[in-house]
Write a protein that binds this ligand. Structure first.
Ligand code: HEC
Ligand code: HEC
Length: 238
């Protein structure tokens, strides 16, 4: 990964921290130091060898047990886990609690801020093409994208009024259809969705295709980078 890209990621992480301390957003540089603990058993570079544990480059977003040529425990293989922010963070806190019978004998990282740092660093471990489509976006740019594509129908500030769509302050992580007093479509109200990375990216790409019957009608945000940026921005709104 290019250093400039790293800086962008780092700047975004810092901006998050300033915007909110309730949200655990980590420090890439600190996470990199912490990752030395992992290197006792894992390589982290692209194409690195499997050691006692599998190579971990690009592990976020992958299903557990996906590294070719590595002999996983049955427990991990059968876990059905996908390594997203939550599962990765839990696993790193206490591997044996999350996957009973895993052969990762590592006590775990007890402090939540350290786990957040580690997560921030692991997010940078992906090829540039994958990084572009990942959820690591640029907050400032996301704000611009929102101004251009969303504010015709949505407000983003706390207590903002309903324009045509509901107010989007603190929407990230919420169940769909949670704003009291807003008349959602049945499709959205009954969707059972939670606005996590995956669902937001799907919805923003093409609302009507993602959720048939939604009354959110806009062409969708086409580029992966813009979607990542807007997500980064929305995560700061707390
Ligand atoms: C003592 C050795 C050891 C250390 C230290 C260690 N791991 Fe592991 N790790 C393993 C082993 C062994 C596995 C395979 C587990 C299995 O198959 O049950 C594993 C598996 C994993 C997986 C699942 C990978 C996949 O392909 O599904 C993740 C994620 C992971 N480790 C993260 C970490 C992180 C992050 C650290 C540092 C904080 C770390 N590990 C430290 C030994 C270790
Ligand atoms: C043309 C108007 C319009 C535009 C433009 C628009 N939306 Fe919406 N949006 C809506 C409407 C209407 C709803 C309610 C949908 C429903 O009830 O089916 C909605 C719902 C949503 C929801 C779900 C809210 C909830 O409470 O569950 C999210 C998230 C969202 N929009 C994000 C965005 C973002 C981000 C953008 C800009 C990239 C955007 N929208 C652009 C009209 C719009």
């Amino acid at each position: 990964m290019k250093f400039s890209k790293l800086l962008t990621v780092y700047a975004a992480a810092t901006a998050f921290m300033m915007a909110t301390d309730a949200m655990a957003v980590g420090d890439v540089a600190k996470g990199k130091k912490l990752a030395k603990k992992c290197k006792a058993c894992h390589t982290l570079k692209k194409g690195g060898k499997n050691r006692l544990g599998p190579n971990l480059f690009g592990v976020l977003g992958k299903p557990a047990g996906a590294v070719k040529g590595y002999k996983y425990s049955k427990a991990l293989k059968a876990s059905g886990i996908t390594w997203d922010e939550a599962t990765f963070t839990d696993f790193v806190a206490k591997p044996k609690k999350v996957v009973k019978g895993t052969k990762m004998s590592f006590r775990g990282i007890k402090k939540a801020p350290q786990r957040a740092d580690l997560l921030a660093y692991f997010k940078t471990l992906k090829s540039t093409a994958a990084a572009a489509s990942s959820s690591i976006g640029n907050v400032a740019n996301g704000k611009k994208v929102a101004a251009k594509h969303c504010i015709v129908c949505h407000t983003f500030e706390k207590g903002g009024r309903v324009v045509y769509g509901p107010n989007l302050f603190d929407m990230y992580g919420k169940p769909a259809g949670a704003i009291k007093g807003y008349a959602y479509s049945d499709a959205l109200a009954k969707s059972g969705l939670v606005w996590n990375d995956k669902n937001l990216i799907g919805f923003l790409a093409d609302p009507e295709q993602f959720l048939k019957g939604t009354k959110a009608r806009f062409p969708g945000i086409k580029t992966a980078k813009q979607k990542a940026d807007i997500l980064a921005y929305m995560k700061t709104l707390k």
